[in-house]
Design a protein around this ligand. Structure first.
Ligand SMILES: Nc1ncnc2c1ncn2[C@@H]1O[C@H](COP(=O)(O)OP(=O)(O)OP(=O)(O)O)[C@@H](O)[C@H]1O
Ligand SMILES: [Mg+2]
Length: 261
């Protein structure tokens, strides 16, 4: 990645939630590597792990079991932002822990529960980008992400049902937009784990292109085992294997994200 010595100009903070209720589609991998790619270009980036599985936290080499303050404590109002925030290389992280698994039920009777994350992020204007990694469901945590975010990116794998499953997500985005967050929009679909040798993948992605037009990023993230290896070593693809296809693809996706709108 080309390094600049000065921080690039960024007009407005972008808060982006990566959501797909289907598991294993590349949400966490995209949060880590888009985040790291932006940070390498000197943007100030905050990553938020909103998934009780804490995969984002582990993917950055942090042991979620040993943390005293996490996003759970922030949502509950039991910790300050600076107590929970970790600095990892050039990224800031609000880590998760398994405590978050109980949050859906625990918060279920609390007033304003859909806006807890929005309140946590309010005033965090030091960051150019805030990327939120969501769990694979459309429950209260995802609702919090939609209430706090301005944009949604949807990572997708090439499967015949990948479009069908999106209807529910789109309905939820529409409701949140109408009721509490008028600026919210689905701004990008990310094709992940793409294998151009598979006819199925080409057919499905052709279909996605027809369906979503410009919203589908032109960069397809190819299937590349190095991406999985990098996260098992707690590293971004740019640190672990900067010359891999995975690094090439995420670098190119970052450029598209910067050119949007
Ligand atoms: N482009 C890719 N090529 C190969 N493996 C990948 C790729 N992207 C992600 N993976 C691997 O696929 C698995 C699922 O990816 P990831 O954890 O990013 O998905 P997710 O949508 O966050 O899953 P969950 O819904 O469980 O949170 C992980 O093991 C990850 O390392
Ligand atoms: Mg994940």
């Amino acid at each position: 990645m080309k390094k600049t010595t000065h921080r690039p100009a960024q007009k407005q903070q972008r808060i982006i939630a990566l959501i797909n209720q289907k598991g294993g589609v590349g949400k966490t991998t995209s949060v880590v590597n888009v985040g790291a790619g932006l940070a390498a270009l000197k943007y100030r980036v905050l990553l938020v792990d909103l998934d009780p599985q804490a995969h984002l936290t582990y993917s950055l080499g942090v042991n979620a079991d040993e943390l005293e303050a996490t996003i759970y404590h922030l949502l509950k109002g039991e910790a300050d932002f600076s107590q929970a925030r970790l600095e990892i290389h050039n990224l800031a992280l609000l880590p998760a822990s398994i405590d978050l698994a109980g949050a859906e039920i625990e918060f279920s009777t609390e007033v304003g529960r859909e806006a807890f994350l929005a309140n946590v992020l309010k005033g965090q204007s030091a960051y150019d980008f805030i990327l939120i990694d969501c769990p694979p469901n459309l429950g209260l945590l995802t609702l919090n992400a939609l209430t706090a975010a301005k944009e949604v990116f949807v990572p997708l794998q090439a499967e015949y049902l990948s479009i069908k499953g999106l209807t529910k997500l789109m309905e939820m985005v529409e409701k949140v937009k109408q009721r509490v967050n008028p600026a919210l929009k689905i701004s990008g679909m990310i094709a992940t784990q793409y294998d151009r040798r598979l006819r199925l993948h080409n057919e499905v992605f052709e279909n996605l292109k027809n369906h979503f037009g410009d919203k589908l990023f032109k960069t397809f993230i190819r299937r590349n085992v190095t991406l999985a290896e990098a996260s098992s070593f707690g590293q971004s693809i740019f640190d672990y294997a900067p010359h891999s296809y995975g690094a090439e693809d995420y670098r190119s996706l970052v450029q598209e994200i910067l050119k949007m709108g």
